[in-house]
Design a protein around this ligand. Sequence first.
Ligand SMILES: [Fe+2]
Ligand SMILES: [Fe+2]
Ligand SMILES: [Fe+2]
Length: 444
Amino acid sequence: MSRSHSGRAFYVGLIQALTQVLGSAKGYLADHGPRVAVLASKIADRMGLSSKDTSQLFLAAVLSDIGMVGLAEEAWEHPVVDLPPEVRARVKRHPVRSEARVGLIPHLEDLAPLVRHHHEWWDGSGYPDGLNGRAIPIGAQILRLADTVVALSQPRPQRGALSADAIGEVVARSVGVEFGPEVARTFLGLWKSGYVPEYRPQTFKLALEQAVGELLPDRMSPLSNGQLLTILANLIDCKDPYTAGHSRRVALLATAVGANMGFREHMRSALWAGGYLHDLGKLSVPLSVLTKVGRLDATEEVLMRSHSAAGAEILESIAPLRHLAPGARHHHERWDGGGYPDGLVGDDIPLIAQILAVCDSYDAMTSARAYRDSRSHEDAMQEIARCSGTHFCPRVAETFLAIPEQVFVAVRAESRASRSPAVMELPLFPSPAVEPSFPLRHAG
Ligand SMILES: [Fe+2]
Ligand SMILES: [Fe+2]
Ligand SMILES: [Fe+2]
């Protein structure tokens, strides 16, 4: 397989993974972006847009709501006009956040204006910039219509799906208000000839491959690991501020354990990146569950626990990160077999997951959460010692307990620094510039 081909295949995997992340917070959204993409490219095709513009539109459709992650998930269920003003204001920020996130993905920078303007209305009453008429890029006009048509054709918790006739009437009524005349005319032409946007996952994947093939250079350099981490870490940070600092602290602690166990560079790298991404699957957990104050009920508990397998699934789909999947999947296993998702026992648990489990538990205990205060360092260390051989691998627990306290102090200081946007520029794998600046190996 050529380098360029693997670069393109990687992009297809990444975009599919992002689609999955977006859809997983609310099941009925799982195929919203793909359906908008299919309809939008059909309209673009009919309007005679170039194949390059059509491909850009296709990818913009898939990614245009990526800015909604962590913003206001309850908002998906209600028309914008029914939302309380502060929620509405948050929702209106999503195109700009989507633009920033898409802008982080090399080679897709040209999608930014389409993504930014996908909620502008022809009459100027849309957001974020209140553009009107032809000032709105034609691709963004098409996105606006396709987005509304697909939303109306799918059921929502508060209403059923609209019939094809009702959708045609809504579009006809909204010409010159929400929709540009030319785009609406093209859609209505398709609609009158009986066109119903078809969607099948396999067809979507083929169209995605085609769009990526059209837009990405033949001999592209693959995404660097740093760029990749930037994209994923940015999403995790936005979803849940607690998880953000947590991921970085677990990465730092796991690297420290690895160093103390005498691991070589590649295993320490896996611990660093694996620490960062171990909770990636929390992107799939509804915010209402993730940030709930008080005990989770049984259904919520299942959703919360699904994050380890969900994270592994996303990592599996991104070739350069596949080796991190076992760490994500098994970081909630227990040494005695009482953990999840697979109830693995002892050394059947991958070593990376055994290490992540200790670091993860330490950080969870010493961090404040919405529903409880944090415990002291001494308390947490005592708890890890107590659970050695039941919850934790004894050898890993012993190594962890031997880390000098100054390392923990430094980790907390580093993690406070990580709240700054600069940390998003850090490479995925440790290099001299980002290796933690404290002694990793304890004396003696
Ligand atoms: Fe949107
Ligand atoms: Fe976790
Ligand atoms: Fe965690």
